[in-house]
Design a binder for this molecule. Structure first.
Ligand SMILES: Nc1ncnc2c1ncn2[C@@H]1O[C@H](COP(=O)(O)OP(=O)(O)OP(=O)(O)O)[C@@H](O)[C@H]1O
Ligand SMILES: [Mg+2]
Length: 392
């Protein structure tokens, strides 16, 4: 049997036929068949021979009946392909066990990328390890919004008690301070790793990370700002592939720019935490960043808005942020004195002040970003329409 990803196409929308033809030409993808109506394709969908279903819809809301019909026949990852205005669809799809939403027109290679992500078979040929870590990137187009505070604490929470093998990667290549926030004085950095002689592989990675007492491993930013440019996109791409094979969670802290390494990271990002705060310049830049992400064809379903210092009284409300961004805030993080206090002690807030409001917010964010089976079950009970789609 070939290693190709076997996909089946259902439904239709503007551009769907063209996409289908283009996908049929793609190496590594096999279009097994198609049907306008998923209800009529039950036989073709059943049998466990498929890797992924793409369903085209011109509806601006979730096509719940069609999703349910597909789910009744098969549990393989489902990608919705939509044309036109689809913001409501994106919202609903997030909870509906839809692996991703692709908005047309889109470059075929971006659709292939989404299919590969959804089927968890990004580079089968590369012979990566057994793990398939999730890359969560913490970004904000504005400096000082709390990226590093959030990334370090999220990573420490995920690693706690050995729950997940977690790597914190500091991609604020010039002025990264993730290590210092954790009270670590690194000997080796990402610069040393990518410039080490020989193949970049899991064994080598283990030799360049430093383990923090929370259990997380960190690969810190270069010690000298001028070394940043030697961390090239190609090397970073390889590093992320290796990291995915060795870790369950890869948390990436970033600088406020869409530079080459950031683009290479976005290509492999499963969830982008876009940090915003209650001030007009940040809001303006986050809005611009959403536009840039759209231009880069980054799947909108992978973006989560994080409102840091959400409880500050500064004459701007969360709903105004949501209106300006045309997107809901997924995670709210309160402003908390415990944060600077613990940073100055060189300890993550979730360890130094575990009961603080900030620590609790990060813990609930960790559950959202990496849901356990238990939280998934509770989520299903709370949303009957999701349960219906998922129960098949
Ligand atoms: N929720 C919060 N409550 C209180 N203080 C916070 C909070 N989040 C961040 N801070 C403080 O804001 C400052 C900036 O945070 P941080 O360094 O995490 O931002 P950043 O986005 O990583 O900045 P840079 O762009 O410079 O890397 C820190 O001193 C931190 O103590
Ligand atoms: Mg930072």
């Amino acid at each position: 049997m070939s290693d190709a990803i076997r996909i089946y196409l259902t439904g239709s929308c503007e551009g769907f036929d063209k996409l289908s033809e283009a996908l049929a030409q793609q190496p590594g993808i096999e279009v097994v068949g198609s049907s306008d109506h998923p209800g009529a394709a039950t036989g073709a969908l059943q049998g466990g021979h498929l890797d992924c279903v793409l369903h085209g819809t011109s509806s601006s809301t979730l096509p719940a009946h069609e999703v349910a019909a597909i789910r009744e026949a098969t549990r393989v990852p489902l990608l919705l392909v939509a044309s036109g205005e689809a913001s409501a669809l994106l919202e609903d799809a997030l909870g509906a066990e839809v692996a991703d939403v692709v908005l047309l027109p889109a470059l075929t290679e971006n659709v292939v990328f989404a299919i590969r992500k959804a089927t968890h078979a990004p580079r089968r040929a590369a012979g990566a390890g057994k793990r398939e870590g999730r890359i969560v990137t913490v970004f904000s187009p504005k400096g000082g919004t709390g990226k590093t505070a959030i990334a370090t604490n999220l990573a420490a929470t995920l690693a706690k008690g050995g729950a997940r093998r977690t790597l914190l990667l500091d991609l604020d290549l010039q002025f990264g301070d993730a290590a210092i926030m954790l009270g670590i004085e690194p000997e080796k950095t990402i610069f040393d790793f990518v410039n080490a002689p020989g193949e970049l592989d899991p064994d080598k990675l283990a030799g360049y990370t430093t383990t923090h007492k929370s259990g997380l491993d960190i690969l810190p930013a270069p010690l000298r700002p001028e070394d940043a440019e030697l961390v090239t996109e190609a090397k970073l791409g390889r590093l992320l592939e290796v990291a995915k094979a060795c870790y369950d969670a890869i948390i990436v802290d970033t600088s406020p720019f869409f530079h080459g390494p950031m683009l290479a990271t976005l290509d492999r990002t499963d969830e982008l935490l876009l940090v915003c705060s209650l001030d007009v310049p940040t809001l303006k830049n986050v809005r611009l960043a959403l536009g840039t992400l759209e231009m880069l064809s980054f799947p909108p379903a992978r973006v989560r808005i994080v409102l840091n210092r959400a409880n500050t009284k500064v004459g701007m409300k969360q709903r105004e942020v949501e209106a300006a961004l045309e997107q809901k805030v997924t995670y709210e993080i309160p402003s908390d004195r415990a944060v600077p206090l613990s940073i100055n002690k060189g300890a993550p807030t979730v360890m130094a002040e575990p009961g603080s409001d900030f620590a609790r917010a990060i813990e609930s964010m960790a559950k959202g970003v990496f849901p356990t089976e238990e939280t998934k079950r509770r989520g299903l009970r709370l949303r009957p329409n999701v349960a219906k789609a998922a129960a098949a």
